[in-house]
Design a protein around this ligand. Structure first.
Ligand code: 5GP
Ligand code: ZN
Length: 138
């Protein structure tokens, strides 16, 4: 995938403004412009990859490491009651910006956000689904 018109590549290259809160050799963390709560931060690999399927192991580990560093900083700076980590991968999961990024989202008691609703498995579906996934991993 071309990174030429990727907005997060442009932020990493300092060609677009961003409220950068942390960076290291391989990753950058900056505030999301449309936060679920103030402090909502996006963590990206500096090297372009589209999503969890495309990112290489080294960048994935680096992004996870930075996400945790940011989580600690949000808790300390904003006195959060909790932190959600999230990642949308492919349009079918709601991804809008196709440069891999992890959302680090501050949460506060009583805020209006909630976890996704769960739904029960149909008869036999629980074991069959486990079997299908194990099959894909072998
Ligand atoms: P996703 O691809 O994970 O569904 O959503 C992309 C996220 O990037 C959204 O939460 C959106 O608010 C954020 N976003 C989109 N464009 C920009 C931008 O130009 N700068 C920043 N800081 N965040 C952006
Ligand atoms: Zn990019």
């Amino acid at each position: 995938m071309s990174a030429a018109d990727c907005i997060f590549c442009k932020i990493a290259a300092r060609e677009l403004p961003a409220q950068i809160v942390y960076e290291d050799a391989d990753t950058l963390a900056f505030l999301d412009i449309n936060p679920v709560n103030p402090g909502h931060t996006l963590v990206i690999p500096k090297k372009h990859s589209a999503d969890v399927f495309e990112i290489d192991d080294a960048d994935w580990i680096a992004v996870m490491r930075t996400s945790r560093i940011v989580a600690h900083a949000l808790e300390k700076a904003l006195k959060t009651d909790g932190i959600n980590l999230g990642m949308n991968n492919r349009a079918g999961a709601g991804q809008v910006v196709f440069h891999a990024h992890v959302h680090v989202m501050p949460r506060f008691k009583g805020d209006p956000h909630s976890l996704w609703p769960g739904k029960p498995y149909a008869e036999g579906e629980f074991a069959a689904t486990g079997e299908k996934i194990r099959g894909a991993l072998n």
